[in-house]
Design a protein around this ligand. Structure first.
Ligand SMILES: *Cc1c(COP(=O)(O)O)cnc(C)c1O
Length: 417
């Protein structure tokens, strides 16, 4: 069977060895999965989910009890006052954009304390010129870079003590940057430092790829509002699209009035048949996130055994589902990504190549043989084509498929040399 799939004995042996070395890590993930499942199940029962919530609305979408219940359940699972969970959000970038435009006004200052935010926000903020950016509305942007994979606590405290900043953004996952993803311990520590000198600034976390990776969410350690995509962790590979904004009630309200219109807010928004998928996706999310984590840990060990630098290492604490592997070579990076595509259920005969993608500055290669277009909670691998030629691997709806995909990619990688 493995031979049919084009996997050699050498790769099977490497995989067996790697898998055996990570059993302790896998056990911890099983425990995490059980607790997150318990959270979800409790939330479903608390809000009495029933057949009727799978129904749908069209047009304005008034009185969509399924949608309203979904938003209560997300708030319960994420431990926030309220949430906005909508298919009208095109992506995580769109939800982050809606949040930023909802909370910021002309002359307000927006401060990022985790370095430059995710690449697709460059034009949203105005770091790259765009006539519709926040900058074009007179919103000012400032940034404090991280040092040695930690916040610059002193600089942050000094800056926020002036009490002129409206919103602070923290990006939990690394995006395409070289820094590591940020653990919740560090986020908690920086929030305490901020709150010592400033009680009013809005603290927002870009929570993409981070949901259900730990026992708690950033919203449980003092973050005011969190944002994420439903074609990542919380969609469980089942939600067909959408994103969420969850947090303080008044912030969720502001976001709703920006997504729809002032005066309409959360009351409108047809669900067009996706309520059941969103609920079922959340139900699967703890297990799908666990499978993605196991896939990442397996890949980390396997590629490390082959001599590549993997971050996090297989035994390191995780805060998101992203695994980076540094190839240091353009060709190896491309071959590995192509191998992930070859190990996918969809479009496995397509060979991805680097391309200019909207919203990204460098060329990007993206391997995603996914059921849902662009879904990166499904096994996927992408990389900007720049030094040090680092691949960003994430997802895996089941560990078995994740493992097979990584084995296929490893095969293609070593066949080239
Ligand atoms: C995926 C991601 C986003 C949003 O990306 P979309 O492709 O627009 O959903 C934003 N920030 C981070 C850190 C991400 O990983």
């Amino acid at each position: 069977m493995y031979q049919k799939f084009g996997i050699s004995n050498q790769v099977i042996e490497l995989a067996n060895k790697a898998e055996q070395s990570v059993q302790e890590q896998f056990k911890k993930i099983d425990q995490l999965c059980e607790i997150n499942s318990l959270k979800v199940l409790n939330a479903f029962q608390k809000y009495h989910v029933s057949d009727m919530h799978f129904n749908s609305t069209t047009g304005y979408g008034y009185s969509d009890i399924g949608r309203d219940t979904i938003e209560k359940i997300f708030a319960e699972v994420l431990q926030t006052e309220d949430s906005l969970v909508r298919g009208q959000f095109i992506s995580g970038t769109h939800a982050l954009t809606v949040a930023l435009f909802a909370f910021l006004r002309p002359n307000d200052i927006f401060l990022s304390i985790s370095g430059k935010p995710y690449d697709t926000l460059d034009e949203v903020i105005g770091i790259v010129d765009n006539p519709s950016s926040l900058k074009s509305y007179g919103v000012k942007y400032e940034q404090i870079d991280m040092i040695n994979n930690d916040f610059d606590y002193k600089k942050i405290e000094e800056r926020v003590a002036k009490n002129d900043i409206k919103l602070i953004e923290i990006q939990r996952s690394r995006g395409y940057s070289l820094r590591e993803s940020i653990t919740l311990d560090k986020i908690e520590k920086v929030i305490q430092a901020i709150r010592k000198v400033n009680q009013s600034v809005i603290i927002m976390v870009d929570n993409c790829y981070g949901e259900m990776v730990n026992l708690i969410e950033p919203s449980q350690i003092g973050v005011d509002v969190i944002v994420g995509s439903l074609i990542k962790n919380l969609g469980g590979g089942i939600a067909p699209n959408g994103a969420y904004i969850a947090g303080k009630k008044e912030l969720v309200q502001l976001a709703a009035e920006r997504l729809t219109a002032p005066g309409l807010g959360k009351e409108v928004g047809p669900t067009l048949g996706i309520n059941k998928s969103i609920l079922q996706g959340l139900y699967f999310a703890p297990h799908v996130v666990a499978s993605s984590l196991k896939t990442a840990i397996f890949a980390s060990k396997l590629l490390e055994d082959l001599g590549y630098e993997a971050n996090p290492t297989y035994h390191q604490e995780r805060t998101d589902v992203v695994q980076t592997i540094t190839f240091g070579d353009r060709d190896k990076l491309i071959r590995f990504c192509q191998g992930i595509q070859m190990g996918s259920p969809i479009d496995s005969d397509a060979i991805p190549e680097p391309w200019d993608m909207p919203g990204y500055t460098d060329q990007v290669i993206m391997a995603a043989g996914a059921f849902t277009q662009g879904s990166s909670i499904e096994l996927s691998c992408d990389a900007p084509i720049r030094k040090p030629y680092m691949a960003f691997l994430q997802g895996g709806l089941t560990y078995e498929y994740g493992k097979l995909g990584v084995m296929k990619a490893t095969q293609r990688l070593i066949e080239g040399y």
